[in-house]
Design a protein around this ligand. Structure first.
Ligand SMILES: [Zn+2]
Ligand SMILES: [Zn+2]
Length: 396
């Protein structure tokens, strides 16, 4: 709330209307002035913006019949400017220094005017300002707001992804300023109630016969403004901080997976809860193994003779070795499965190791091997290519 503004400011003069102006007249004048000074029509013109704010401020009070009555009442009680003079006389030169209403009453009561004596003022003020909050309107002052979610990306070694790992993660993200604890005010000062909305965070705007509540433009709906800015954060209440978090990546975390750390994102505003941290996982490839879900994959070269005759293969697993039986007559590309030799999750669930057999063809062979192959070929029926040969004959 800002009783100071109500005492000091002449909203009628700010709109250029008589104190006796009708509400229709005030509305008409306000709309004209607001249109002329609207920031959208005067981009980059700070004077117009000031004018727009002043006009909005005045109309937020005079455009609301209940508020206008309270304002009139207060002005007639205190007299325009009487209090301001009193306050300056009481040792606050310059006028810009903040003072609060209770100080004002002390000084005024000492001044001997019976209207200001006694305990009635507190009552008067609480009446005035409890009514000023725009009760029941659709727009509300901005309350606690949840902090934003933060996205980060982490590259893991293949082994770490399979086994699980805890890594320190450095995050540069907006955080609450330690100097002002987020309120944006210079240490030793406090944010003041917004003079436009009197701390409500919303203003009323009349359009035709409708009245809208909208977030206050002056304070962006916060309800307070900072007069002396915190030097650390320039009044924003936030600074960019580097945080280090230890993030636990569970065994079996996969490439492309997003891990959510609840409450580890940006801090909330005005007491709201923090956002979440989402860590996008990239897994670096391994030189031997691949991965499909919880299965590990491995390609093993075998000779033509091994494929034809069959053999026992000793192949590596992720953390050991296993013997696989290759039956006689195994075609190239056949996949053998070693059960339970894949990724072992924390809950004990395990994938398999999938071994793909790759029959390799030697680029050169010895004389003996060549003659052995030639006699092998002579005793082997040709490959089944009749269906292809038929097609070749048809096209010429
Ligand atoms: Zn600060
Ligand atoms: Zn405001």
């Amino acid at each position: 709330m800002s009783s100071k503004d109500w005492i000091e400011k002449d909203y009628y003069a700010m709109l250029g209307v008589q104190k006796s102006a009708s509400s229709d007249e005030i509305k008409k004048v306000y709309r004209k002035l607001a249109r002329e000074s609207h920031p959208d029509h005067n981009p980059g013109d700070p004077k117009a913006e000031e004018r727009f704010k002043a006009v909005s401020e005045a109309y937020a009070v005079l455009g609301d019949e209940a508020k206008r009555r309270e304002y009139d009442e207060m002005r007639s009680l205190f007299g325009s400017g009487a209090f301001r003079r009193g306050a300056r006389g009481a040792g606050q030169p310059g006028g810009g220094a903040p003072f609060d209403v209770s100080d004002l009453f002390g000084g005024a009561a000492g001044g001997g005017d019976t209207r200001f004596g006694g305990g009635g003022f507190t009552d008067l003020f609480s009446t005035i300002f409890s009514g000023g909050g725009g009760a029941g309107g659709p727009a509300r002052a901005r309350g606690p707001a949840r902090g934003r979610d933060v996205e980060a990306e982490v590259a893991l070694d293949f082994d770490d992804a399979v086994r699980g790992v805890t890594l320190p993660l450095s995050l540069r993200a907006p955080g609450v300023c330690d100097t002002c604890h987020g309120n944006g005010a210079k240490p030793g000062t406090q944010p003041k109630a917004c003079p436009v909305c009197h701390g409500a965070g919303v203003t009323n705007r009349n359009q035709g016969s409708f009245s809208f509540s909208e977030p206050c433009r002056s304070c962006q709906g916060v309800g307070t403004v900072v007069e002396e800015k915190c030097p650390e954060c320039q009044g924003t209440g936030g600074v960019t901080k580097t945080r280090t978090l230890n993030v636990r990546f569970p065994a079996g975390v996969a490439d492309g997976q997003r891990i959510r750390l609840a409450g580890r994102g940006e801090p909330g505003e005005r007491g709201g809860p923090a956002g979440d941290l989402f860590v996008q996982v990239k897994v670096r490839p391994d030189e031997l193994f691949g991965r499909t879900g919880d299965d590990l994959t491995l390609t093993v070269p075998i000779t033509f003779a091994e494929a034809v005759l069959g053999t026992d293969l000793r192949v590596p697993t992720f953390d050991g070795a296993v013997t696989l039986r290759v039956p006689p007559g195994t075609p190239s590309g056949r996949v053998l499965r070693a059960r339970g030799k894949g990724v072992v999750r924390r809950d004990g669930q395990a994938g398999d190791l999938l071994v793909t057999l790759d029959v390799v063809v030697p680029a050169t062979v010895s004389e003996e091997a060549r003659s052995a192959l030639e006699s092998f070929a002579a005793q082997t029926p040709p490959a089944a290519r009749e269906h292809l040969d038929a097609r070749v004959r048809r096209v010429g």
